[in-house]
Structure formats: C-alpha cells, structure tokens
Design a protein around this ligand. Structure first.
Ligand code: 13P
Length: 252
C-alpha cells in the first residue's frame, strides 16, 4: 500500500526561532491526525532543535534539504549523512533542481547520495523535473525518466521501496505557475509505468510520488485527487502555518 505524504521544503528561509514557531503553529492548528506522514525540511542549523519538537508528535518527521555525496573527510563546510542521522533526521531531499542548477550536482553524485542515505537509514525524497524548454519540445517524460534511471535504477528492489519520488517541473517552482492536474497526472502515471517496467507492478503501485511546484492551499486538493499524485513537496506555501495546514488537510 502506498502512503500519501506532504513535505515542506523551507529552502534558505527563516531563523531558528521563526522555524520553531512555525512547527508549533502547524501543531496547534491541526487537531486531527494527518492522513499521511508530514515532513518538515528545515535548514541544517535547525535540525537538532526541530527534531526535539517533531519527535513529540506522532506522524511528523524531519528532513534535511541536502547531504554530501561522500561519507566523511576533508570537505570543509559540508554535512554528511551520518551527521544528519546523528541529530534525528528521518528523510533527506536529494537532487532538488536548485541543487542541480546552482551547485552543479550530477546524476552520478545523486546516486552516491542516495546510496549513502539508504546505508545510514535515512529515507531519500528524490527530486526530478524538466526545464521549460524540454517541456516545450515535448520530451519531458523521457527527460525525467532518464533522471530516475541515472540515479535510482541501480538500486535493488528492497532499497528502491524506501524511495519517495518528487516530480517538480522546474518551470513551476516558485513561479506561481502550477502544472495542471492533467500535466501532473500524465507525468506521475508515466513514472509509475516506468517503475513497473523496472521493478514490477507491486513496487510501482507502492511508490509514493509527490508533486511540487507552486502547490498551495488552493490547488493542493485537486492535485492530490489525481490517481497517481500521492501528496506534495511544498516550497513557499510551507513557510506559512495556515497554508501548510490546509495542504496537509488536502491529503484525503
Ligand atoms: P514552490 O512550492 O515555492 O514552488 O517550491 C517547490 C519546491 O521547490 C519544493 O521543493
């Protein structure tokens, strides 16, 4: 059975105090148990304090927004998967388009990150998505399929079952231009089909595939109602408690 999930990606926003307040406000505003795991993707410096808050509430989990692709060593300023695990992180976002674009992360490095995360017991939220020109050429499905093949398809089935996929079309991120429900459903169904071909129907059916890109309190329910959309990876709207709570509640 696949699970629904909503994850917030705060990106490089908020101070520690603002972040902890946001988590508390989300808890205060939600009187019902969420229908799937809710993940807060906080900046590195807040992880340890956020872990303390989040562990007190059932159904809530903590994500880092990145990790380094090497296990340990002389990488000044970087953060290893072991470090994340040691402060109570559950999930790690890997391959966000901003990391691919601004930090030139390669498919091969992302595969290394996925391997390390799984080896240390963290659950990867693996991001994929096409830029606008690829969408306009009509080759978006092949483009995103290639991202999955390059960074995930070396995994054995038992490991692949721990992966959450987040489809985030780059042209929809932070632009207010959400993919239509049809565009989201088309890609999610195509990815599930790809997974069925590689790992079999049961793995495909069980894999959680999130949508991300200008998902907000107004459009979340419609997006999540699509048969192959299992929740969202939320940027801007995860920074406001009311909006994030509405998105959590959109998990049917
Ligand atoms: P927005 O929700 O701000 O478009 O960002 C989406 C995203 O990149 C989440 O990882």
């Amino acid at each position: 059975m696949r699970k629904q999930l909503v994850a917030g990606n705060w990106k490089m926003n908020k101070t520690l105090e603002e972040g902890l307040d946001l988590i508390q406000s989300v808890f205060d505003k939600l009187d019902e148990h969420p229908n799937g795991p809710v993940v807060f993707g906080t900046p590195y410096p807040f992880l340890q304090a956020a872990a303390k808050r989040i562990k007190s509430r059932e159904g809530f989990y903590l994500a880092a927004q990145n990790c380094h692709h090497e296990d340990k060593g002389a990488y000044t300023g970087e953060v290893s998967v072991d470090m994340l695990a040691s402060v109570g992180v559950d999930y790690v976002i890997i391959g966000h388009s901003e990391r691919r674009q601004y930090f030139h992360e390669t498919n091969a490095q992302l595969a290394q990150k996925v391997n390390l995360a799984l080896a240390k017991g963290l659950l990867p939220i693996f991001c994929c998505g096409e830029p606008l020109d690829i969408r306009e050429q009509g080759t978006h499905v092949e483009y995103v399929a290639d991202q999955l093949k390059a960074s995930l398809f070396h995994l054995p089935e038992s490991d692949f079952r721990k992966i959450v996929i987040a489809y985030e079309p780059i042209w929809a991120i932070g632009t207010g231009k959400t993919a239509s429900t049809a565009q989201a459903q088309e890609m999610h169904a195509a990815l599930r089909n790809l997974l069925a071909g590689k790992y079999g129907q049961s793995v495909a059916d069980d894999t959680t595939i999130l949508y991300g890109g200008s998902c907000n309190a107004q459009n979340a329910a419609e997006l999540f109602s699509q048969p192959d959309v299992d929740g969202g990876l939320i940027g801007g709207a995860s920074l406001k408690a009311d909006d994030f709570v509405a998105i959590i509640q959109a998990m049917g």
